[in-house]
Design a protein around this ligand. Structure first.
Ligand code: G3H
Ligand code: 13P
Ligand code: ZN
Length: 311
């Protein structure tokens, strides 16, 4: 059975760790993540963006995730819609087997965000599904929405209490300096998340689970691999892992990771092609890519999230 994130978050908050929410698009990614999580006995969130759903098809993704649930029956696995942008999309995922949805109206006015989130929460709760909402905007690309650098805004802690009580959402994504994608900070600058905002938010809504988007650390080893084997990703920089670890010890219960999966796969596939130019069976190059995802996720669980042995 898929689970919601309710109990996962309660335990994570009290235990000062976070649950990894990994974006999934295909079978190999789902296998890599769930193999690592099950070996380490870690709860996990598999999340599907609107783009992933368009790419792979809702039914394929749900069935692949159900296969993982069947293989690892003792593992708490949640299936979450990442960055839902409309009631219709959220409803379709709620009706179609997801246990958690995000309604992201963070680019709208506060009032529109409250109104739209509330509508999704009412429908979701009536169907046993939990809802993540967002206040503040991250820079970077979220599906079709590109937030220009300089146009992002940190979450205003003075409105979180009103937002949560008016919407009745179950978790809240906030903007404290992370961003989506592989280019989060300028080279030569000192990446620093705004922990003062996080702590101020948590003072106002104690015990409430906070979500960190754009939380890939963009491991240098994968960036180097991409660049060494024909890629071109200069100055790709992520969130330092010690800051993610610190966030997990505070009120952050869900840490979103997508770019690191992309990098692990792409770096390893590039390397494989360079070293085996005569190979053309997708199983040959998807195997090391899948293993790299598994190893990367295992590292996050053990050394960043702190969620090992919490299943
Ligand atoms: O937050 C965005 C995630 O990385 C998903 O990306 O919309 O390209 O699937 P995507
Ligand atoms: P990254 O681009 O840092 O992996 O962020 C992923 C994310 O926030 C998905 O919602
Ligand atoms: Zn995100």
């Amino acid at each position: 059975m898929l689970v919601t994130t309710k109990e996962m978050f309660k335990k994570a908050y009290d235990g000062k760790y976070a649950i990894g929410a990994f974006n999934v698009n295909n079978m190999e990614i789902i296998q890599g993540i769930t193999e690592a999580a099950s070996e380490l006995k870690s709860p996990v969130i598999l999340q599907v963006s609107k783009g992933a759903r368009e790419y792979a098809n809702h039914t394929y993704l749900v069935k692949l995730v159900e296969a993982a649930v069947k293989l690892y029956p003792d593992m708490p696995i949640a299936l979450h819609l990442d960055h839902g942008d409309s009631f219709e999309l959220c409803k379709s995922c709620i009706d179609g087997g997801f246990t958690s949805v995000m309604i992201d109206l963070s680019s709208k006015s506060f009032e529109e965000n409250v109104e739209g989130t509330k509508k999704v929460v009412e429908y979701a709760h009536a169907h046993g599904v939990v809802v993540e909402a967002e206040l503040g905007t991250l820079a970077g690309i979220e599906d079709d929405v590109k937030v220009e650098e300089g146009k992002q805004s940190y979450t205003d802690p003075s409105v979180v209490e009103e937002f949560v009580s008016k919407t009745n959402c179950d978790s809240l994504a906030i903007a404290i300096g992370t961003s989506h994608g592989a280019y989060k900070f300028k080279p030569g600058t000192n990446p620093k998340l705004r922990f003062d905002i996080l702590e101020e938010v948590s003072k106002r809504i104690p015990g409430f689970p906070i979500v960190l988007h754009g939380a890939s650390s963009v491991p240098q080893e994968f960036v180097d691999m991409v660049n060494q084997y024909g890629g071109n990703m200069p100055n790709a920089i992520g969130v330092p892992e010690d800051q993610l670890r610190h966030a997990a010890e505070l009120s952050v219960c869900k840490i979103n990771i997508d770019s690191d999966i992309r990098l692990a796969m792409t770096g390893n596939i590039r390397k494989y092609f360079a070293e085996h130019p005569d190979h053309f069976d997708p199983r040959q190059y998807l195997k090391p890519a899948r293993s790299a995802v598994k190893a990367m996720v295992a590292h996050k669980i053990k050394d960043v999230l702190g969620s090992a042995n919490k299943a």
